[in-house]
Design a protein around this ligand. Structure first.
Ligand SMILES: C[S@@+](CC[C@H](N)C(=O)[O-])C[C@H]1O[C@@H](n2cnc3c(N)ncnc32)[C@H](O)[C@@H]1O
Length: 220
């Protein structure tokens, strides 16, 4: 499928897929959205629990923006598992401007995330271990009750409804520890009802700029 690197309103780039008419991030601001949904309401909230380490699963590693921001912002050691069926290409990576937006000193972090071997756990430093899974989520089961936090960053339900079906959401539920949470930019009614039916407790939160609401869902 054809993919184009485009600019979002906060100056950071994202990838656009014309065939799906879908972007990897909000066009109001890719970094702004990632900081709000995944870092502020995910990582920073989990840090308050004073865990020794935080295990994170990302549905849709994509450009690696969430992984980069997590590596930069975390105060606690993180084990980061990100699944991706269709990795970004070297040319696409070169066209993304995340390093110039967040700070040139993070160039080595961004390239370490992307050069890490697939399907292996790689300790990038004492605070960040990454395990990139090159697979489709449909055929992959998360280790049961092993994650504190899930970044659910699939394409939206309009573009890829299969990612929001109960079967996939059940995998997320099973993979979370009790007391763990899933965060996502999506706040659709049907999605929240499906999460509830699986046993999640829903916490609606204000969305990033351009979006009224986002969702945090707890495994209680
Ligand atoms: C919204 S984008 C992710 C954005 C990403 N988190 C980032 O910061 O760049 C959704 C991602 O899910 C991936 N994807 C689509 N279908 C998938 C599947 N069946 N299994 C795993 N990944 C899939 C896409 O290739 C894409 O990278």
């Amino acid at each position: 499928m054809k993919r184009e690197v485009i600019q979002t309103d906060d100056g950071s780039s994202t990838i656009y897929i014309p065939e799906m008419d879908e972007n990897y991030h909000s066009t109001h601001g890719a970094i702004q959205e990632a900081e709000h949904v995944f870092i502020q309401h995910g990582l920073k909230m989990m840090e308050e629990k004073e865990l020794d380490s935080i295990s994170i699963f990302e549905m849709g590693l994509g450009t690696g923006l969430n992984a980069l921001l997590t590596k930069i912002r975390t105060k606690v050691p993180v084990v980061y598992v990100g699944i991706e069926a269709y990795p970004v290409s070297v040319d696409e990576l070169k066209a993304l401007n995340y390093v110039s937006q967040v700070g040139e000193q993070y160039e080595s972090d961004f390239s370490a995330i992307h050069s890490a071997k697939w399907n292996e756990s790689i300790e990038l430093d004492s605070k960040f271990t990454i395990h990139k899974v090159h697979e489709k989520i449909e055929g992959y089961d998360l280790d049961e009750a092993s994650f504190d936090l899930i970044y659910f960053d699939a394409f939206g339900p309009r573009a890829q409804s299969a990612m929001w079906e109960i079967e996939i959401l059940q995998k997320m539920y099973d993979g979370l520890k009790v007391g763990g949470a899933l965060v996502t930019y999506c706040a659709r009614g049907q999605f929240k009802r499906d999460l509830k039916s699986l046993g999640f407790e829903i916490e609606p939160l204000p969305g990033p700029p351009g979006k009224r609401e986002m969702t945090r869902a707890w495994k209680v």
